[in-house]
Design a binder for this molecule. Structure first.
Ligand code: GAL
Length: 956
């Protein structure tokens, strides 16, 4: 019998030093990042002879640290959501265990102090065995947590040789079943850390509370050595272990991330901790910081870069923080592991609330009714508690961290209770959260994921479904609620953001949530012929995978904001501007006035700016609403809109002056009544065609074939749309099966009548699916207007029983592909569907057809512009087509047909087909969030009901 291997151990790293805070110290550190020698193997049981300093590694490759070896061409990335990609038999792992052997040499710098020297690994996925100069140092476990070893006795003068074996699978992998790519290696830094031999500050804990009633900061610094404690800017001088009350402290918050440098010194070491004073509490069932209710406008953040995977750089982290701040995000859940330590420093500095989550997920046991769940298996208790300890110890000094999360989706179990007990005993300053045990027996906050709006509403009223145990039920009912994942941002969407936000703002108990998730994890790859695309599950030949479920973020993989992020920014904006009887402005900040903002207005008449100005200074306390005097607006002739924008008055660390924080737009002026066009030329029938003014129709089926000089094919009724991830609804209320059952993907049209009369051309069709009794009667009525235009009225009348909402209802026309430029007056600049597009406003916009496509990682319905009054689709010369509606319509322009978009699985499957496809719709079904969670709210469903589109087509 082959004994369990070192990486199947259930004892956490016996040689590791006690967990401690990450500290900025005067003692030097030597980063060992950069190029290492590297050898890849398919199994972990190769000889460990490479640990010997004399071993010849000249035949090895070179790999950077930090990096994942799969992204450097060794083995392959693999993506699963819930499933473990290996058989479940904890703690055993497969014999086929991809393994990376690493070697590098280094010299201890000349100035390196005497005393102790530690070796730190910030992240080795999933377990490592370490040798220095041929002697074994120890092993690591817990991919996203640091491990330190004392290597003082192993260092030699001159060249030291460090050898590390990293295995992909270990007992710890059972605790790391997060929904993400399986990627291995030394993916965070490795360093040598000097430690003074006497009076060292190995660990320092700065607890900085804030009494909001008195404005007093309460400071307590602990360390194992006696030391002085100073806050130079306050002239504060104290000692470790002493509780100091400091008057007139500026507290820390997301809005005002005031940091103070706390300098802790012994004779041999100085440590500087950037602290923020704040007190987290739960008062009367509400989570407060510094006495104020917190509202999380949050996102779930995985560490990700399309080339680097989770080996993110400082710039990647800063980019995330800046993007969050610029999109009104104020909170991050570090789903589902402690992030790189630098990320938390950035959160402290820029102001983001953090739910720091432990590196624990055992989701795959859910498929087995949680039987054998490591989170409930006593054998795994030590590993679980070790992870919690290492997270809390590492991150305890961060003011941004306000909640500890035990982990994600690990069922319920004794080890969670043990982790919670340990954390409570250690840190009384932060409440605990864990979503998956709905009894909340171990935690302080009730959290759930992907609830419907109605469920959130019930929780807001303390009227949720009761737990069977009345004691636990009463306890949970008194807890604050956090929607720890909501609004699954996969592909087009998510819909319903504004309605969730309204609930978080209405009910004190509902303290906001965290959108799932921040960024698409698409890995940059190339097709065989060299075209770049973002890969998802299955693209690397995985047998077991979850496809594009890994691409469900608010950012595209290259960190371009998706329409969903722009919508989120609008939904959670901290200032509300309204025009009811007059203009009012509501301050939705928790903690600040509005004097950092300028309020600018513009008046547009038919999309052209006619006046602009700034409002007088707006003063409103947090939570307050003020009336603001409306500017004197000049008279307008067309359709007029007043837009009021709140922009930063001055540069901030995260955005320049002028950055828009909030806005609103209001129709003003008298409604415009367009005169009803009087019909012109009657149809002329000759040679198998019918002509009305500039339009020529096929006399057999009434199809428009020409408009002026333009070849046209259409319009045809369009009901199907290229399915969105939310229509497919992998983990939610999917509409796709109902739509397919109704045959909506295979509708055909029967021509019932083509009749040219004095009033125009009438074409009647019935559109229906084989085997179905339900259909849609469609009546097209064409009449001429002047020489260059024709008017089309389309009436759709459902026939027979319809019990599904329609994907959409519109018309599609094929135009020559030379028409590449679009201009429209309607909502823009981005896409909008009934429950999305909060970020869009009415105006005049231009875009190329190519630019009108939203590049979702998995191709799907996209790019619709809403509430369009008129649009032109032209060649660069201006020749082409103009469409105007008597009521606003939806506009989609594509360089390929909808069917090609529907069939594509990667953007590289799509190529312009030589035509420009114009879709004009009377409505779309909502988008919702059913890729994981609820579908569209009922009011956003598109029923099969009588509908009309009234359009004027003009040849340009
Ligand atoms: C949640 C889970 C996340 C992610 C999400 C769906 O259940 O916590 O990790 O899988 O669903 O994308």
């Amino acid at each position: 019998m082959i004994p369990h291997a070192w990486f199947e151990s259930l004892t956490p790293s016996p040689a590791a030093l006690p967990a401690r805070a990450r500290l900025a110290s005067s003692a030097p550190e030597l980063p060992l990042d950069g190029d290492w020698r590297f050898r890849f193997a398919e199994r972990a049981d190769g000889p460990a002879d490479f640990a010997a300093p004399a071993f010849d590694d000249s035949g090895w490759d070179t790999l950077a640290v930090p990096a994942h070896w799969q992204l450097a061409g060794y083995g392959a990335p693999a993506y699963t959501n819930v499933d473990y990609p290996f058989p479940l038999d904890p703690p055993r792992v497969p014999t086929a265990n991809p393994t990376g052997d690493y070697r590098r040499s280094f010299a201890v710098p000349a100035h390196w102090p005497g005393g102790r020297t530690w070796l730190r690994f910030d992240g080795a996925d999933s377990a490592a065995r370490v040798w220095l100069n041929g002697a074994e140092v120890g092993t690591t476990t817990g991919s996203r947590l640091p491990t330190e070893f004392d290597v003082t006795g192993l260092l030699v003068p001159g060249t030291n040789v460090l050898a590390v074996r990293v295995v992909q699978w270990s007992s710890g992998s059972y605790l790391e079943d997060q929904d993400m790519w399986w990627l291995s290696g030394l993916f965070r830094g490795v360093s040598l850390v000097s430690r003074p031999s006497a009076d060292a500050l190995d660990d320092v804990w700065v607890r900085a509370e804030y009494d909001h009633r008195t404005g007093t900061g309460i400071l307590l610094v602990s360390a194992q050595s006696p030391a002085t404690v100073e806050i130079p800017e306050l002239g504060l001088d104290a000692q470790v272990g002493q509780v100091v009350h400091i008057p007139n402290i500026e507290p820390w918050s997301d809005e005002h991330p005031r940091l103070y440098d706390v300098v802790v010194s012994t004779g041999t070491e100085t440590v500087t901790v950037r602290t923020g004073f704040r007190t987290v509490a739960i008062e009367d069932g509400v989570l407060t910081v510094n006495g104020r209710r917190v509202l999380f406008r949050g996102v779930n953040r995985h560490e990700f870069h399309p080339d680097r995977g989770r080996a993110v750089t400082g710039d990647d982290m800063l980019a995330d923080v800046l993007l969050m701040k610029r999109h009104n995000v104020n909170a991050v859940r570090t789903s589902h592991y402690p992030p790189h330590p630098r990320f938390l420093e950035l959160c402290d500095e820029y102001g983001l609330w953090v739910v720091d989550e432990c590196d624990l997920e055992t989701h795959g046991f859910w498929h087995h009714d949680w039987s054998g769940n490591p989170a409930d298996d006593p054998r795994f208790e030590a590993l679980c508690v070790d992870r919690m300890r290492r997270m809390v110890e590492r991150d305890k000094n961060h003011p941004s961290v306000v909640l500890w999360s035990l982990g994600n989706e690990s069922g319920a179990g004794r080890n969670l209770a043990a982790m919670a007990a340990w954390a409570r005993a250690r840190d009384t300053g932060r409440p605990l959260l864990y979503e998956r045990d709905w009894t909340c027996r171990d935690v302080d906050v009730y959290s759930r994921m992907y609830l419907t709006h109605a469920e959130v509403d019930a929780i807001g009223r303390h009227a949720e479904e009761p737990l069977p145990d009345p004691v636990l039920d009463a306890r949970r009912r008194a807890m604050p609620f956090i929607h720890v994942e909501y609004a699954h941002a996969m592909g087009n969407g998510p819909g319903g953001l504004a309605e969730y936000q309204a609930l978080y703002e209405r009910y004190p108990r509902c303290q906001g949530g965290f959108v799932w998730e921040w960024i698409d994890h698409g890995l940059r790859t190339r097709t065989a012929d060299g075209r770049p695309f973002y890969a998802y599950g299955g693209d690397f030949g995985e047998e077991l995978h979850d496809g594009n479920f890994v691409a469900d973020g608010l950012l595209f993989p290259d960190r371009t904001p998706s329409p969903g992020l722009l919508d989120l920014k609008k939904a959670v904006e901290p200032v509300r501007i309204a025009l009811v009887d007059g203009l009012t402005i509501t301050n939705r900040y928790a903690d600040r006035g509005l004097d950092h903002l300028r309020f600018l207005w513009t008046l547009e008449d038919d999309g052209a700016e006619v006046a602009a100005g700034a409002l007088a200074a707006v003063a409103a306390a947090p939570g307050g609403t003020v009336d603001v005097e409306l500017p004197d607006l000049p008279k307008t002739a067309g359709e007029a809109f007043l837009t009021v924008r709140a922009v930063l008055a001055e540069d901030t660390p995260w955005a320049p002056a002028g950055h828009e924080v909030a806005w609103a737009q209001f129709p003003v002026g008298a409604p415009v009544v367009s005169p009803r066009p009087s019909p012109a030329a009657a149809p002329v029938v000759e040679d198998g065609s019918i002509r009305i003014g500039p339009a020529t129709f096929d006399a057999r089926d009434g199809r428009l074939v020409r408009l002026g000089a333009l070849a046209v094919d259409g319009p045809a009724l369009q009901v199907w749309r290229p399915l969105t991830d939310n229509d497919r609804g992998a983990h939610g209320e999917a509409l796709e099966p109902r739509w397919r059952a109704a045959g909506l993907h295979r509708l055909t049209a029967r021509v019932d009548e083509v009749c040219a009369g004095p009033a125009g051309l009438v074409v009647r069709t019935r559109v229906a699916a084989a085997a179905s009794v339900a259909g849609l009667h469609v009546r097209y009525t064409w009449s001429g207007i002047g020489d260059d235009s024709v008017r089309l009225v389309v009436d759709v009348t459902p026939d027979g029983p319809w019990d599904v909402p329609l994907p959409m209802l519109g018309l599609v026309l094929a135009l020559p592909g030379s028409l590449t430029e679009v201009e429209w007056f309607g909502r823009g600049p981005g896409e909008a569907y009934p429950d999305t597009g909060l970020a869009t406003r009415v105006g005049r916009f231009t875009a190329s057809v190519a630019r009108m496509q939203t590049p979702y990682v998995y191709p799907q319905e996209n790019g619709r512009r809403a509430e369009v009054r008129w649009a032109s689709v032209t060649e660069r010369s201006g020749a082409g087509l103009r469409v105007a509606g008597s009521a606003p319509f939806g506009l989609t322009v594509r360089p390929w047909p909808a069917a090609a978009l529907d069939a594509a699985t990667h953007p590289t499957d799509l190529a312009p087909d030589g035509r420009t496809w114009l879709t004009l719709d009377a409505g779309h079904n909502g988008i919702g969030s059913a890729s994981c969670g609820p579908g569209p709210l009922p009011r956003y469903l598109l029923p099969a009901a009588p509908a009309r589109l009234e359009l004027t087509l003009t040849a340009l």
